[in-house]
Write a protein that binds this ligand. Structure first.
Ligand code: NDP
Length: 479
């Protein structure tokens, strides 16, 4: 099946007629082609967006809200079709796409469709100066949204929905590795009555199509989710043009387990926070630190549960771990398992590629638990982004806090304890944009989302996203 660009409300071939293969990770086969779009396609998308902007930015909030909620409803009505498409493109279990990815994409549109009707600005009476100040929150214009392959439609819509709600027009690019659901979204937007040119989706490589978006002089803001080195590159390109930037980047998140936690809940959640989506979630707790007194018990129970996870074809109901997203990514993750061995880590379980009968060329890997000797080893410091976690004991709160913070990243942290004072002390000091206590990946879309240090700059989520996608203008009137 050939995917096309969605520009000005219609589906178009790339102008240069260049195409890329699209792979199915579950069997390693090419199952379609996607546009290898050039600067010309991005320019065409930009022109469509710029033409649509004057009208869209003046569309009433009720009307924008109505259209976004209609898109949300259409995604819900097409849940099965979208979940199957996401699974085929990404390798994740259909069951996961059906319960997490697609429902969340629908929630993104519904949430921001509602949020925009509640988003208001301030006014300030300048007492004693006979003046009043008020703030306008104006849409930026044409904005760029670039998203990664791990949660394809989920993260794509996390950017697009607030951008559109705030009155911007969008040029967006999904990862070239997982373009399918972004392509299908175009159809739904037309059916929901989104005016032509308001959203434009251009497919292709990051280094050419993505690059054309970030260096386009009239695309005034970039919302990007992806790797830290790509984020640094985007910052370098965009800074001299003074673009507004929101960068959601990599993570190497600590999962800190104290002996006083609710053990069973912690154990089940830790299996999920380690291996959900094949460990390919920026929020996964990939470094597990366990208090000494329960370390051996945890190690035995955790490894027992991880061994019971079923690696299987993404379409099978019983599958817990599907395929990794691509051959190069599988190779990268396997390399880290070798590095762990060279560094003296012990592989407690997993560590091998899996050849599924009938799908021998699929990109499957056993969920892997590595006991490491030092928190400073490479597998404990570098983002692996696969079904691999490290395990280490700790003695004191100060020691674990130091180890948790001693990485370049700072996206999220998970803490398991029933001690309120410790919870407060640790949450204050953990260097992370999000701290989960006795839970993981519980998301309320009103909350700010983002990381510190090499995990990014800026916040999305709730009104933070609407603030990002608008310019604040002060008007001062003397009377
Ligand atoms: P990449 O940085 O490789 O790619 C992300 C997106 O950027 C893709 O669409 C990619 O296109 C595009 N891109 C690549 N180069 C450029 C460029 N020069 N200019 C513009 N766009 C470009 O990340 P991955 O797709 O490999 O995603 C995994 C990473 O994303 C991990 O580091 C993970 O931690 C991070 N992530 C962060 C999250 C967060 O919220 N903080 C959430 C989810 C993931 P293409 O794929 O076509 O090359």
């Amino acid at each position: 099946m050939n995917i096309k660009n969605y520009i000005n409300g219609s589906f178009q071939n790339p102008i240069d007629n260049q195409w890329l293969d699209n792979f199915n990770p579950s069997n390693g086969e090419v199952y379609g082609q996607i546009p290898n779009s050039s600067k010309l396609d991005v320019e065409s998308a930009y022109q469509a967006a710029a033409s649509a902007f004057p009208s869209w930015s003046k569309t009433t909030l009720e009307e924008r809200s109505r259209i976004l909620i209609k898109i949300s409803e259409a995604l819900e009505a097409n849940l099965q079709r979208f979940a199957e498409a996401e699974s085929k493109d990404n390798g994740k279990p259909v069951s996961l796409a059906k319960t997490v990815d697609i429902p969340r994409a629908a929630s993104n549109f519904r949430f921001f469709g509602n949020a925009i009707t509640q988003f208001s600005s301030e006014s300030h009476d300048s007492v004693g100066q006979d003046a009043i100040n008020y703030t306008l929150r104006q849409p930026i214009g044409v904005v760029g949204c670039i998203s990664p392959w791990n949660l394809p439609l989920y993260l794509f819509t996390w950017k697009i929905a607030p951008a559109l709600a705030a009155g911007n027009c969008v040029v967006a690019k999904p990862s070239e590795i997982t373009p399918m659901t972004a392509y299908l979204l175009g159809e739904i937007c037309n059916d929901a009555g989104l005016p032509k040119g308001v959203l434009n989706i251009v497919h292709g490589l990051g280094t050419s199509t993505g690059q054309a978006i970030i260096e386009h002089p009239s695309i005034k803001a970039i919302s990007f989710t992806g790797g830290t080195s790509t984020g640094a590159h985007i910052a370098r390109v965009a800074a001299p043009m003074f673009k507004k930037l929101s960068l959601e980047l990599g993570g190497k998140n600590p999962n800190i387990i104290f002996a006083d936690c609710d053990y069973d809940d912690m154990l089940d959640t830790t299996v999920r926070s380690s291996f959900a989506n094949q460990g390919q979630i920026c929020l996964c707790g990939s470094r597990i630190f366990v208090e000494n007194s329960i370390y051996e018990r945890f190690k035995t129970d955790f490894v027992h549960k991880v061994k019971a996870l079923k690696v299987g074809h993404p379409s099978h109901q019983s599958t817990n771990i599907g395929a990794l997203v691509s051959k190069p990514h599988l190779k990268k993750v396997k390399k880290y398992i070798e590095i762990a061995k060279e560094e003296g880590g012990s592989i407690l379980c997993g560590g091998h590629q899996v050849q599924l009968k009938g799908y021998e060329n699929g990109y499957y890997l056993e969920p892997t638990v590595i006991e490491v000797k030092s928190d400073e080893c490479r597998v404990n410091q570098e983002e692996i982004f696969g079904p691999v976690v490290t395990l280490m004991p700790f003695q004191t709160e100060d020691q674990v806090l130091d180890m948790a913070n001693k990485v370049k990243y700072g996206l999220s942290a998970t803490l398991w304890t029933n001690d309120l004072k410790r919870t407060m002390r640790m949450s204050n000091q953990l260097q992370a944009g999000i701290v989960w206590v006795n839970t993981w990946m519980m998301r309320d879309l009103r909350t700010p989302f983002g990381g510190v240090k090499a995990s990014g700059v800026g916040r999305e989520g709730g009104f933070e996203a609407l603030r990002f996608f608008t310019e604040a203008k002060n008007v001062c009137i003397k009377y």
